[in-house]
Design a binder for this molecule. Structure first.
Ligand SMILES: CC(C)(COP(=O)(O)OP(=O)(O)OC[C@H]1O[C@@H](n2cnc3c(N)ncnc32)[C@H](O)[C@@H]1OP(=O)(O)O)[C@@H](O)C(=O)NCCC(=O)NCCS
Length: 148
């Protein structure tokens, strides 16, 4: 199973990644907004061959990166795909001399928070009631990884 950076020609893989995005995101982006993330300042990576099982989107500006989105197909979870994608994000950001990687995550998303902590991200601040949730609003945790 390989992880590759998608380009605008990878229509099928972008669609595959978007199918996962729609399944795993509370408020999915439009397809057009998602597909735009294969061009700078964004970079989209996908894990899988014919079928995409996971993806991540990075925004890189100056020497700061943001992990905008990461998702693994529900049927493929718990087998290391999330770890492989997170490590690849770190490798890309390190290679591109990004000093820091930022992300925000729902306070209830302990699986993602554990994944990020195990890859060197630490909590920086809590944004109260930042996200819409089924029963009201939910806090966001801002996390950061220093690469250099
Ligand atoms: C977060 C997500 C990408 C993890 O993907 P995954 O392929 O299941 O993750 P992995 O199998 O690589 O597991 C990585 C780590 O996640 C954590 N994790 C995975 N499953 C877990 C579970 N059921 N309970 C607690 N932690 C868990 C662990 O830290 C695990 O590392 P470990 O095996 O060394 O303990 C996936 O759950 C997902 O797509 N969630 C929905 C989208 C999402 O929440 N994205 C993050 C937005 S900020």
């Amino acid at each position: 199973m390989t992880i590759q950076t998608l380009s605008p020609d990878n229509h099928e893989m972008i669609k595959g990644a978007y199918d996962i995005h729609k399944q795993v995101t509370y408020s999915p982006w439009s397809y057009a907004a998602f597909a735009d993330c294969v061009t700078p300042p964004y970079q989209m990576i996908a894990l899988g061959d014919a079928d995409v099982i996971g993806y991540a989107i990075i925004l890189m500006v100056a020497d700061e990166a943001t992990l905008m989105d990461i998702g693994v197909s529900p049927g493929a979870r718990g087998k290391g795909a999330g770890k492989a994608l997170t490590q690849k994000v770190i490798d890309i950001c390190t290679q591109k001399k990004m000093a820091t990687i930022w992300l925000e995550v729902r306070a209830s998303n302990s699986i993602a928070i554990n994944l990020y902590k195990s890859h060197g991200f630490t909590g920086q601040e809590v944004r109260k009631k930042y996200y819409e949730a089924k029963d009201g609003r939910e806090d966001a945790i801002i996390m950061k990884r220093n690469n250099f």
